[in-house]
Write a protein that binds this ligand. Structure first.
Ligand code: GRG
Length: 307
């Protein structure tokens, strides 16, 4: 049981989404920063199209709430969360491209390459990835350069070859994009492709709050459990979800013959695995007592989400 009522949880999530929206609006403006030369209108507009007005902002929420466990200033956590959200939005843009998932709909609207064109979508993704690292290194994130460095390194490792981008290529290889279908280790693939950014959201608070080794480990364990629960929920939604609520097509995994948690465990097995992961996440958070109630509620939200 958590001490947070579902309606209070949703209000908190919405508040962080609103604050993130405002912050991203400022960060992705046409104001030219020192060492920049000019911000082309088309590129800024494309970056804003895919980053503003949409999404649950779950990743910034995890940063804000894991940081709150350590009493970190909300504004610093929001900035780190905005950097993480830029990476998430870049990954969605590139994932939707014809060369990847070839999707027409994202967050209930035409995908970026449909609304603009492929070249603009590739560049908007590149620029969002890059600006994330500009944001995460800013002085306002933390007064100590060592903390900013640790955060930057963790973000790079979550996003790159050993994290999200690596997971994406394993996924494509499993679909047979590069020859014969390669055997898929679903747990590892998803830990990289989807889990790594979610886990980063959870450990970011411990890095910002200079948590002890035990505290960092606890958030790491929680983040891994939450990441897997998120992905299983996603696999279940692809089978059982409602396209209108999801804002994207369903049945895509089956159409591609993908190996997912659901094909491996079956629907009931997948639901049981989610329950086990929630228990694992709760147990990891026990060292924080009621300071982690919002994170407990977040894991439930992720597991039970409808979009
Ligand atoms: C292109 C390098 C590269 C990576 C793409 C994350 C990813 C890798 C692709 C996304 C494909 C996908 C739909 C995966 C399922 C899990 C997922 C990331 C869902 C979208 O995340 P939400 O539900 O989205 O947090 P919102 O819209 O709420 O932000």
């Amino acid at each position: 049981m958590t001490g947070i009522q579902p309606s209070d949880f949703v209000k908190r999530l919405d508040k962080t989404a609103e604050d993130t929206e405002v912050l991203l609006g400022k960060l992705l403006s046409d104001e030219v920063l020192s060492d920049e030369i000019f911000r082309p209108k088309r590129l800024i507009e494309a970056m804003r199209y895919s980053s503003l007005n949409g999404g649950k902002r779950l990743r910034p929420f995890l940063v804000v709430e894991s940081a709150a466990v350590f009493g970190v200033a909300r504004q610093s956590a929001l900035l780190a969360g905005a950097a993480l959200e830029c990476i998430h939005c870049y990954s969605l843009i590139h994932d939707d491209l014809p060369a990847m998932d070839n999707s027409d709909l994202r967050r209930g609207r035409p995908t970026l390459h449909k609304a603009y064109d492929d070249a603009t979508a590739i560049l908007a993704g590149d620029a969002l990835l890059t600006i994330a690292f500009d944001i995460i290194t800013r002085d306002e994130i933390h007064p100590e350069a060592g903390v900013r460095l640790a955060l930057t390194r963790a973000l790079a490792r979550a996003s790159g070859v050993g994290g999200m981008a690596g997971g994406q290529i394993l996924d494509l290889a499993g679909e047979g994009r590069f020859g014969d279908r390669e055997p898929v280790d679903v747990a590892r693939l998803q830990q990289m492709k989807t889990g790594a950014l979610l886990r980063f959201g959870c450990i970011a608070g411990a890095i910002l709050g200079k948590g002890s080794q035990k505290e960092c480990q606890a958030l790491d364990d929680y983040g891994r459990a939450l990441g897997e629960a998120f992905q299983i929920a996603d696999d279940l939604l692809d089978v059982e979800g409602d396209a209108a609520a999801l804002g994207k097509q369903t049945g895509q995994d089956a159409a591609l013959g993908k190996t997912t948690f659901v094909t491996q465990l079956g629907i009931e097995g997948a639901r049981q695995r989610v329950r086990d992961l929630l228990a694992k996440g709760d147990s990891a958070l026990s060292i924080f007592g009621n300071r982690a109630d919002v994170l407990r509620a977040a894991a439930r939200f992720v597991a039970e989400r409808k979009n």
